[in-house]
Design a protein around this ligand. Structure first.
Ligand SMILES: Cc1ncc(COP(=O)(O)O)c(C=O)c1O
Length: 385
């Protein structure tokens, strides 16, 4: 498929008001109606070699980001099941994007929202969440085994105990967090017609499972490529300190569709920063950690696949919340993130247990890891009420 030429669909001198209205941006009576129908953008030369490229699904065009799709969906489903009584509090652990979606859901359905985060949340996002009326709690010390994520989940349990009517979406294990992404898959089918490869980041596993499974039903030979961060447990690596947010985990989310992935790539923070900054310079459309990591992998797949392969890559959000991290020179220098142009090809391991990876690495064996006793499946019993 060729990229669309730069063109204006209507001649504004001769178009009627009705035509202009039909061609203009959507109008909505409520912000939740602005979720979805995000555009796809062709990412080609010079980010990719001549004659190669991929389609980026720009989820940053949602009011908050990709989680605007799942937060209101999970809330509506919980209300329907009467797990969330009218006006009751929503309590969740989030590194940011789901928080924005839950703020939207809270305003849409009339629920107060409490979010638990950690010091890694950008001050701008915490400030924005407060502006949206959210009660933001920040944990100050990581759990000795489950890291920041488990520390956040334990605070969620405390808040749930304090508010007997409250409900936690439990995005890591809630199947509605997968079902919410069916429209994303349908949009891709409508926009691209045929898809040979899907490149998706994995955090809770929600958008990869929800989009990939539906697309596989349309295209049975679809290749699904998961993108994770180094030091994430999801695909069987040991937990470690992670700078990258959004993708990756220090627990084992039940929503990850292990049987669906053909391969996984782990990406390190300097490599994601290189890709996000190179995308910004060459293609304008960019994002943060997960967009950088996904773009790096999609670029490699485009280079190493036949030219006629049609590749879709999901960009979960836009660049704005990363101005103080990925796009801040002082931050990047302090974390030694600059000047690391990734290699042409990833390292390759045959099995996730073969090595602890610290830079871009690919593995074509994808299986559900067995949580280590005492570590890992630190799911919050009873949280998803
Ligand atoms: C920016 C960003 N990218 C990627 C992900 C991973 O998406 P998922 O949780 O659907 O696996 C998240 C999840 O929070 C995110 O916020």
């Amino acid at each position: 498929m060729k990229p669309h030429p730069l063109s204006c669909a209507l001649d504004s001198a001769s178009a009627s008001p009705a035509q202009l209205l039909a061609a203009s941006a959507r109008s909505a009576a409520h912000p939740s109606a602005l979720v979805g129908d995000t555009p796809v953008l062709w990412v080609g030369e010079p980010f990719t070699p001549a004659g190669r490229g991929f389609w980026a699904k720009l989820e940053g065009h949602n009011p908050g980001g990709i989680k605007d799709r799942t937060a209101p969906y999970m809330v509506a489903a919980a209300r329907e099941r009467e797990a969330l009584p009218p006006g009751a509090r929503i309590v969740e652990s989030t590194s940011g994007t789901l928080g924005l979606g839950l703020a939207l859901a809270g305003i849409t359905y009339g629920h107060p929202v409490s979010l638990v985060t950690d010091p890694g949340m950008e001050a701008q996002v915490a400030g924005l969440l407060r502006a949206y009326g959210v009660d933001v709690h920040t944990v100050t010390t990581p759990h000795p085994e489950g890291g920041w994520q488990q520390a956040r989940r334990e605070r969620v349990a405390e808040l749930l105990a304090r508010h007997p009517d409250a409900w936690c979406p439990d995005q890591y294990h809630n199947p509605d967090n997968v079902a919410a992404y069916r429209p994303l898959a349908h949009e891709l089918v409508a926009q691209l017609g045929r898809i040979d490869t899907l490149v998706v980041s994995v955090g809770t596993g929600g958008h990869s499972a929800g989009t990939g499974r539906v697309l596989r039903a349309f295209f049975p030979t679809l290749r699904v490529v998961g993108v994770d961060t180094c030091a994430s447990t999801i695909f069987g690596q040991p937990a470690g300190t992670r700078l990258m947010r959004g993708l990756g985990s220090s627990i084992y989310p039940r929503n990850v569709a292990y049987d669906m992935f053909d391969e996984v790539h782990w990406v390190a923070a300097p490599e994601a920063v290189w890709a996000a900054r190179t995308l910004a310079r060459t293609r304008y459309a960019t994002g943060g950690w997960s967009v950088g990591a996904v773009a790096l992998v999609a670029r490699w797949i485009a280079r190493t696949s036949p030219a006629e392969q049609r590749i879709a890559a999901v960009f979960p959000d836009g660049p704005h919340r990363y101005v103080s991290t990925v796009f801040d020179d002082d931050y990047c220098r302090a974390h030694q993130l600059l000047g690391h142009e990734p290699p042409d090809d990833p390292d390759e391991i045959a099995d996730p247990a073969q090595a602890v990876v610290t830079r871009w690495t690919r593995c074509r064996t994808v299986t559900r890891p067995r949580p280590h006793p005492g570590k890992g499946d630190l799911s919050l019993a009873g949280a998803a009420r």
